[in-house]
Design a protein around this ligand. Structure first.
Ligand SMILES: [Zn+2]
Length: 312
């Protein structure tokens, strides 16, 4: 387009802005007359101004990647119902974290589809939040199993451990960053994918972190919790071996497997740093190590952001 001479361009700009100005002025007049009306003694009481939409929810991290826990908070003022966040057909409860805010924790894992994700926040009215769940490369492992052996967990063992992971209790028992559950070196990180006999296992990912501590070395609670479950190899936990399940509250749980000794009992309240057992190689373990799984609403999430940043 050819450029207009300078003064003409100036007037064209103002002419285009005129409707905006008029709208703005009208709005201003309405607001001031409303104020005048409400201040006049004896004038009819105006109904309180009702918000046309609820105050925006906040999300963190804003650029989540596979394995991240997504935190959604809303101001308590706009909440008129038991608030929740829905994603992919599952509903996650919101808990009141202080006088002013409610918060939900949404788990993501390596087997979620990266890309656009829409969270539906329901606080009495509904708002949608769209995020981009970023892809992430996880290390891979090639496992060769003899014919007829698939390394799978029996239905009964799976069901008993799975029931523990679904626990949601209202009291928040963790505070701040998680501690390291054992002093040994990390030998396998969260999210490692596998090929079994050369075939990619689409459902498999390493649902935790492995620590190769010495046999008998202390396994500690990384955060405050209630001991929600305990299992022993001799009672049919052929894969998990001796294990402890901790309930940190509000849908956050953790599991400690292949233990040698267990030093807590169901119902115990443990503090961060308190010993819950010792490292062993019970169940299906090639050598002494701790497998530590960390779950949000039953899904194994990457504990790294919980260890180094923390969630409140
Ligand atoms: Zn492991």
């Amino acid at each position: 387009m050819r450029k207009l001479p300078q003064p003409l361009r100036h007037w064209v700009t103002w002419y285009l802005r005129l409707p905006l100005w008029l709208t703005g002025l009208t709005a201003l007049c309405l607001v001031s007359s409303a104020i005048v009306l409400s201040q006049q003694p004896g004038a009819a009481q105006l109904p309180p101004i009702s918000p046309t939409r609820i105050a925006a929810a906040t999300v963190s991290p804003q650029k989540p990647k596979l394995g991240d826990t997504i935190k959604v908070t809303v101001p308590a003022s706009g909440v008129t119902t038991s608030p929740s966040v829905a994603w992919k057909g599952k509903t996650y409860p919101m808990f009141q974290v202080n006088r002013d805010r409610y918060r939900a924790l949404i788990p993501t894992t390596p087997i979620d589809k990266p890309g656009r994700m829409t969270l539906q926040v329901n606080t009495g009215s509904t708002q949608n939040i769209t995020l981009n769940l970023r892809n992430r490369r996880f290390p891979t492992q090639r496992i060769w199993l003899p014919a007829g052996q698939d390394g799978s967990v029996s239905d009964d063992e799976f069901d008993r451990v799975n029931a523990f992971k679904q626990i949601v209790t209202p009291e928040k028992r963790w505070n701040g960053k998680l501690r390291r559950p054992n002093n040994g070196p990390v030998t396998s990180i969260y999210g490692v994918r596998r090929y079994y006999n050369g075939v990619f296992a689409g459902d498999y990912f390493h649902r935790g972190v492995d620590y190769a501590g010495n046999r008998g070395s202390a396994v500690i609670a990384p955060a405050g919790a209630k001991v929600a479950a305990i299992g022993y190899e001799r009672n049919g936990f052929a894969v998990h071996g001796n294990w402890v399940g901790l309930d940190h509250g509000q849908g956050v749980t953790s599991i400690y497997i292949h233990l040698n000794r267990i030093t807590v009992k169901p119902g115990d309240i443990v503090k961060a740093g308190q010993r819950i057992g010792t490292i062993g190689n019970t169940g299906s373990a090639t050598g002494p190590h701790l497998h530590w799984g960390f779950f949000v609403h039953g899904k194994a999430v990457d504990p790294v952001p919980w260890r180094y940043k923390g969630f409140e």
